[in-house]
Design a protein around this ligand. Structure first.
Ligand code: SF4
Ligand code: SF4
Length: 397
């Protein structure tokens, strides 16, 4: 295993790390989750030098104890002491410092930890940041370490990169910034633009979702298969997605999902072998070209070429039309309705019906028929998934 600097902290993190209890697990049927294989994969990776695990958010699941049992078992037998572990707090649940305290306590208790090494404020964006500011997150973060709940506080950020400027200025001691960094996220929420701010702070970056919650590995469009076949790539797609993320020197570690990527010993061996062989000097023009072509092939499948400019906002009814367009586009790109439908209900888009005022349509420079899309998504997704409201921690956006 190779290790990388971890920002200002006096610690080196393994180039790949582990993530559990995330979106890809929630949408799997329980019968598709093999606890024994996942325990073996986690321990196999830790035995070979992986030294960080993000423990996700067990309270997504209808039965947290059942869902999280395999994680607790994997970290038993001394394995907990071989890794640093992060618990997560949903940013949208942080309405007071007491809420934050309770959320950390709850998860540290759930996993039976003395304390967490990191506490990640998850789902930080332009909206949740305003709430976090109002609860004085910058004064809470150092206090968590002082009272021994978690050593350090970090953020998982999902929004335009420039919003990081204020977030990083408000508290320059975030232990790391966690971002989604698949080849499709090159410039998206926040994409590589995050590195400008992480470098200024000398703050570590952990990259997640390199396969978009497993969707880049399933239902692969024939155009993508053809790009790989015709290219001069000397690696498989999985290795390309991992290598692309690792090729950014600003990334300290790539967090792999135990559900989608490291789901058994065989896949763990494969990814560990990729990371051992990875050499940034080998990630050259052909690899970058293939990554760009695959990105364009997926983008071309989208129904709507939304640039996420948000000129169509705000909606007088409080509807996040660009996000709904994104969910519809994702369904088309990945031929996967399940995740888009789940996210639609989890994010509570179903709670507001369009008033059909037409404001969004009028302001979209791309002439995207937003009113029609918003109403269509309501009919399509809402009726199928009457899910209870849940937090957004760890959910690909
Ligand atoms: S205005 Fe149009 S292009 Fe811009 S975010 Fe809204 S839907 Fe997308
Ligand atoms: S048409 Fe519907 S989605 Fe668009 S701005 Fe009006 S209420 Fe909002």
């Amino acid at each position: 295993m190779k290790y990388r600097r971890f920002g200002k902290l006096d610690w080196m993190i393994s180039e790949i790390s582990l993530g559990v209890l995330r979106l890809d697990e929630v949408v799997e049927e329980p019968c598709e989750r093999n606890d024994r294989e996942r325990i073996e994969a986690i321990r196999y990776a830790i035995d070979r030098g992986v030294n960080y695990i993000n423990l996700g958010y067990p309270f997504y699941f209808e039965e947290p104890e059942t869902a999280g049992a395999y994680v607790k078992e994997a970290l038993g037998g001394g394995y907990r002491d071989k890794v640093k572990a992060a618990v997560n707090i949903p940013a949208n649940e942080a309405l007071s410092q007491r809420d934050l305290d309770n959320a950390v306590d709850r998860q540290v208790g759930f996993f039976g930890l003395d304390k967490a090494d990191f506490c990640v404020i998850d789902g930080v964006d332009r909206t949740t940041w305003n709430t976090l500011k109002s609860v004085e997150i910058a004064s809470w973060a150092p206090r968590v370490a002082d009272v021994g709940k978690a050593e350090h506080v970090a953020i998982a950020f999902h929004d335009d990169a420039h919003y990081l400027k204020e977030i990083c200025s408000a508290y320059p001691d975030w232990a790391f910034i966690q971002i989604e960094l698949s080849i499709l996220d090159y410039t998206h929420h926040p994409g590589v633009g995050a590195f400008t701010f992480s470098k200024e702070l000398d703050c570590a970056v952990i990259a997640t979702d390199i396969t978009k919650a497993g969707r880049l590995l399933k239902n692969v469009p024939k155009e993508v298969g053809e790009i790989v076949d015709k290219s001069r790539l000397k690696m498989e797609r999985e290795a390309l997605y991992l290598s692309w993320a690792l090729s950014h020197e600003e990334v300290s570690s790539v967090q792999l999902s135990v559900q989608s990527e490291l789901r058994n010993i065989e896949s763990a061996k494969k990814y560990l072998s990729h990371v051992e062989q990875f050499d940034s000097n080998d990630f050259g023009v052909w690899e970058k070209l293939a990554a760009a072509q695959i990105r364009e092939a997926y983008y071309a499948k989208r129904d709507y070429q939304c640039t996420a400019c948000r000129c169509c906002m705000p909606c007088p009814s409080g509807i996040d039309a660009p996000r709904i367009v994104e969910l519809i586009n994702n369904e088309k790109m990945f031929s996967d309705q399940k995740i888009s439908e789940f996210q639609y209900n989890m994010e509570n888009h179903q709670n507001t019906q369009c008033a059909q005022c037409g404001v969004c349509d009028k302001h979209c420079p791309k002439r995207i028929p937003l009113q029609k899309i918003v109403s269509g998504a309501y009919e399509k997704y809402r009726q199928n998934s009457p899910l209870p409201a849940r937090s957004l921690v760890g959910f690909d956006r």
